[in-house]
Design a protein around this ligand. Structure first.
Ligand code: APR
Length: 308
């Protein structure tokens, strides 16, 4: 059994643990700073196992000793976005949490692949990689995966077809400067640019960009967690099974797309070593311009981080 740890037993973390347990992806550890919550949720999930028929063991804890030997650590600890709150408002609060969590991962699970989920995602992933003493490919973020599954959902809704045939691609930052790529979003291999007019595509792109905010508006207090948990599960599965699936990931760029020393969403091959390859897609001039805006925005957030 692989060992998968999720730090942060909130909505996103606990739902991800549930999904991964039901798929028997490994033994699971759920750690939170609040006493009792991870223990209670873990026990509740263990009591679901006889009916849902999974043998994964789930431990809830406040003690970092329990994450020792983890193959994968997912970081969902943080404060979620509230209505009217930009992801950048979260930068300060969540960067202190990331520093604390990553210092502990370095001490207790230095050999893990680390997936960051805490928002604002791109600078938090960068910060995590600076605090964690491990190769850049072993630290990446889950952002574009969620944006892409949202885009895929909206494409299927528009076409009235099965979601199973859609493969969507969204790159750039995990915020309102993200870049959904219609020419690389396909239905059974057919780019959506062949199936819809430009205005319709633009509506779906806009809805994707506002996908997180649309849900925050419904909840009023809190943000999405089912699709984020599904996105985490998809990424962790590719690592622990070494599947080498290609998906959007917030990866460390070393010259790809013309950027260096920054984390941003790009298509990546995900396997046992984390980000094993990055695919440098051909973009239109307009898309290159938008990607520059997106990456410059990430760089300016990174500059706001207090790094020592
Ligand atoms: N160490 C461990 N856990 C922590 C810490 C910490 N230093 N600080 C906060 N937490 C825990 C909280 O106690 C809480 O249980 O993180 C959990 C966050 O859960 P929720 O508030 O339910 O937030 P959630 O909706 O799960 O979102 C978590 O993921 O998608 C992102 O924007 C979202 O950054 C947010 C994160």
């Amino acid at each position: 059994m692989k060992k998968i740890t999720v730090i942060g037993a909130g909505n996103v973390g606990a739902t991800a643990v549930q999904r991964m347990a039901e798929l028997e992806m490994g033994d699971l550890v759920m750690l939170d700073i609040v006493e009792g919550i991870p223990q209670g949720k873990a026990l509740d999930l263990m009591q679901s196992a006889p009916l849902m028929e999974y043998d994964s063991h789930i431990r809830g804890t406040n003690d970092y000793n329990d994450i020792t030997g983890s193959d994968v650590v997912v970081i969902t600890a943080g404060v979620p976005r509230k209505p009217g709150m930009d992801r950048k408002d979260l930068l300060k609060i969540n960067s202190n949490i990331i520093k604390d969590v990553c210092t502990n991962i370095t001490e207790y699970a230095p050999d893990a692949v680390v997936i960051v989920v805490t928002n604002p995602l791109d600078p938090m992933t960068y910060l995590a990689s600076r605090v964690l003493d491990m190769p850049d490919n072993r630290v990446f973020g889950m952002g574009g995966m969620l944006d892409s599954t949202r885009f895929a959902t909206f494409v299927a809704m528009e076409l009235g077809c099965s979601v199973k045939d859609i493969s969507a691609m969204v790159i750039g930052s995990h915020d309102n400067l993200m870049l959904p790529l219609p020419q690389y979003t396909t239905v059974s291999g057919i780019p959506i640019t062949e199936l819809m007019d430009e205005d319709t595509i633009q509506e779906l792109v806009d809805r994707t960009i506002n996908g997180g905010a649309e849900i925050v508006k419904y909840f009023k207090n809190g943000s999405a967690f089912y699709a984020p948990a599904a996105s985490i599960t998809h990424m962790v599965e590719s690592v622990i099974r070494d599947s080498k699936r290609i998906m959007p990931a917030t990866a460390y760029l070393k010259g790809e797309y013309g950027y260096d020393g920054v984390y941003a969403g790009v298509p990546a091959k995900i396997g046992r070593e984390g980000v094993e390859d990055i695919i440098d897609l051909k973009l239109s001039d307009k898309q290159k311009e938008l990607l520059t805006k997106s990456v410059v925005n990430i760089q300016s957030s990174i500059e706001l981080l207090e790094l020592e």
